[in-house]
Write a new protein. Structure first.
Length: 154
């Protein structure tokens, strides 16, 4: 029995996310990190690209961790030289989190070919196709956010 095209696309998306998760896990294990550490770095890099100030509280909220768990992640990443705590120039009482250049280089070395290949693939698409892919992926993120973490256990 042939699945409807919508379910075929859903299963392709699931396969991509599973494969990407495996690669993140391999990257974490190879570099002495937890998978949560990799997620933290991704969140911090996304914040940097968006111009968002990342504090420990902000990171904890992104990761769904309490303050003790967040501190453990930050401490591990700092010990590994992937993260720095820096004082906010505008409010010296506030501490911001910054991904170190060496961590970015490590990520580029591991994920650069995947990023480059994905960018090259998307360049084969016309504007409308790229817009459709963006709309689809954004919509899936909205659905997942509305569904909330932990709902898969129901």
């Amino acid at each position: 029995m042939t699945e409807p095209p919508e379910l075929q696309i859903f299963h392709l998306l699931r396969a991509v996310t599973v494969e990407y998760g495996l690669r993140q896990g391999e990257f974490a294990a190879h570099n002495g990190m937890h998978t949560t550490d990799v997620r933290a770095l991704i969140c911090l890099l996304d914040a940097e690209r968006a111009g968002t100030d990342a504090t420990a509280g902000w990171l904890g909220a992104q990761l769904g961790l309490n303050s003790a768990g967040t501190t453990a992640v930050i401490d591990r990443l700092e010990r590994l030289g992937h993260l720095a705590r820096v004082r906010d120039d505008r409010d010296r009482r506030r501490v911001l989190l910054r991904v170190e250049e060496s961590a970015k280089e490590l990520g580029r070395a591991s994920f650069g070919p995947l990023i480059d290949g994905t960018v090259a693939l998307l360049r084969e698409f016309d504007e409308g196709e790229v817009a459709a892919v963006r709309r689809f992926l954004t919509g899936v993120r909205v659905i997942m956010a509305a569904d909330g973490p932990g709902t898969a256990q129901r």
